[in-house]
Structure formats: structure tokens, C-alpha cells
Design a protein around this ligand. Structure first.
Ligand SMILES: Nc1ncnc2c1ncn2[C@@H]1O[C@H](COP(=O)(O)OP(=O)(O)OP(=O)(O)O)[C@@H](O)[C@H]1O
Ligand SMILES: [Mg+2]
Length: 248
């Protein structure tokens, strides 16, 4: 079922994630900013990594991963479990991992791309901009925007930070993902603005059903395109995320 649909699509940014491109009628719209939202362990980081890895490896689209909560080495080793060699892509300048996590934690870093003079959103924006030019990035992922928040007292400042980054992402014309958590039991995203700013929203769920956890996803919003509105089961297997054709 999936294969037949995806052949018709053109001018899309293919995620390379089996099933997801079909749901999106071919992939994301070039230059759009997509919010990936879900609770802890729902697969947000893996989805971002898979999107960037596939882009760099298979579609000649260099990518930038901005990691705000995980250290780059954790990300590299998690990716290796799926057979994704990030270091190889980094050596070829097809992937850059910006370490924003160390500066937030007040730790030194030996990473090539990092915020060395402390964390703030303008410095982060400048580093993303500079890195985009350096490697010719076409894809960006910011994981997660909750990580922007720790320095801020109230939600007003984190909203400003989200606006600032979202403006930058439009300016550099990369297709981008931002991740955000949904607090347990709530429907809306944490800061109440990110789902309106983003041109698309993908929701990831991990819910108990008959004594076992099930992963599902829904594309809730995708400006400028038709897309499926159904809820789809997905798995995280040995090669990453695979979305199943059968709707829930
Ligand atoms: N090698 C693997 N094979 C299969 N499943 C895995 C593997 N590695 C991780 N997982 C699953 O993926 C989950 C983590 O996914 P991921 O890190 O993308 O979640 P997340 O939404 O980013 O979570 P958080 O909000 O904590 O950052 C794990 O809890 C586990 O269930
Ligand atoms: Mg994560």
C-alpha cells in the first residue's frame, strides 16, 4: 500500500522513514519547520536523527543536529545501535552536531561545533547560522526546545526564544524539526506557542493497551498539503522507526 502512493510525489523533502513519507504524501514541504511532539521515550530524538541521517546519506542533503539535552557522544552511540554511523558523515561534512548541552550544563567540551561562551539563544542562533553556511545544510533538527527553557524564569522568555529560532530557521531555508514534550495528561504542547509557529505538527504517543505499550503517531497539521489524518502504529526496530500501513 505504501509504495504505490509515494511514487507520485515530487518536490518534497523525503524523510526516508518507511511509512511516514506516505502519510505525508511524499515528505515534508521544503523549508518548512515541523514540530515533533510527544512524551518521554516516544521516539522524538530517534526520528530527528533518522531524518538527518537519511538526508545526508541518501539524498545529499547535509544536516545539523542541535542537541540541547543529550551530549553528542550519547547521540552518536545511540545512532550506532541502528547502524547509523554519524561520525562518518561528520568527517565528510554532511552532518554537524552542535553541542549546546555542555554549555547549558556548565561543562567544557571538545566538540567542533559548540557554544563556548555560555548558553543563550542568540549565540545558539549564530552558531546554527554559521554552521549552515559552513556545511551547506539543507536539514536542521533542534532537540529539544524544552532545553531552551532552563535559563528562563517564566514562559514569556522561552516563547521569545522559540520565535527567534523559528525566524532563523525560515531565513536559512532549511527543512527543520523541533522537538517538544507534552506534559503527561495534557493535550497541548508545553509552551502553547510552538504548535502555532510551526508549519507542521507530528504527535508521537506511547500508550498502554491491554497491558502493553503501543507506539502510534498522528500528523496533526501540515500547512500547504494534504496528509493522512489517521492514527498509525509504528515500531522502533533495529533500523529505526518504521510506520505501519494499517491504521489503528
Ligand atoms: N536500539 C534500539 N532498538 C529499539 N528500540 C530502541 C533502541 N534504542 C532506543 N529504543 C527505544 O526508543 C526509546 C527512546 O527514543 P528517543 O530517545 O527517540 O525518545 P525521546 O522521545 O527523544 O525521549 P526523551 O523525551 O526522553 O528525550 C527508548 O525508550 C526505547 O524504547
Ligand atoms: Mg530525546
Amino acid at each position: 500500500m505504501w509504495k504505490k502512493e509515494v511514487k507520485k510525489m515530487a518536490d518534497r523533502v523525503v524523510t526516508g522513514i518507511r511509512g511516514l513519507d506516505e502519510i505525508l504524501h511524499g515528505g515534508f514541504i521544503p523549508g518548512h519547520n515541523i514540530l515533533i511532539t510527544g512524551g518521554a521515550g516516544t521516539g522524538k530524538t530517534i526520528l530527528c536523527t533518522q531524518f538527518l541521517y537519511n538526508g545526508a546519506k541518501n539524498f545529499n542533503e547535509p544536516g545539523i543536529m542541535v542537541t540541547l539535552e543529550e551530549m553528542p557522544n550519547e547521540l552518536r552511540s545511540e545512532a550506532k545501535n541502528f547502524g547509523w554511523d554519524l561520525e562518518e558523515l561528520e568527517a565528510e561534512k554532511k552532518l554537524a552536531i552542535i553541542d549546546a548541552a555542555s554549555s547549558k550544563a556548565g561543562l567544557p567540551t571538545t566538540e567542533r561545533f559548540a557554544l563556548r561562551r555560555g548558553f543563550d539563544v542568540n549565540t545558539l542562533a549564530q552558531e546554527i547560522y554559521r554552521t549552515t553556511k559552513e556545511i551547506g545544510a539543507r536539514r536542521v533538527a533542534i532537540d529539544s526546545i524544552a532545553g531552551l527553557g532552563m535559563q528562563f524564569e517564566g514562559t514569556i522568555n522561552i516563547r521569545t526564544a522559540i520565535f527567534r529560532l523559528s525566524a532563523l530557521l525560515r531565513e536559512i531555508k532549511c527543512t527543520s524539526l523541533m522537538t517538544s514534550e507534552v506534559p503527561a495528561g495534557e493535550v497541548f504542547t508545553r509552551y502553547g506557542v510552538e504548535e502555532f509557529i510551526a508549519q507542521g505538527v507530528v504527535l508521537l504517543f506511547l500508550e498502554e493497551e491491554n497491558d502493553e505499550l503501543r507506539r502510534t503517531l498522528i500528523v496533526r497539521k501540515m500547512r500547504g498539503t494534504a496528509h493522512s489524518l489517521k492514527r498509525y502504529p509504528f515500531e522502533i526496530g533495529s533500523k529505526g522507526i518504521v510506520v505501519m500501513p494499517g491504521k489503528v
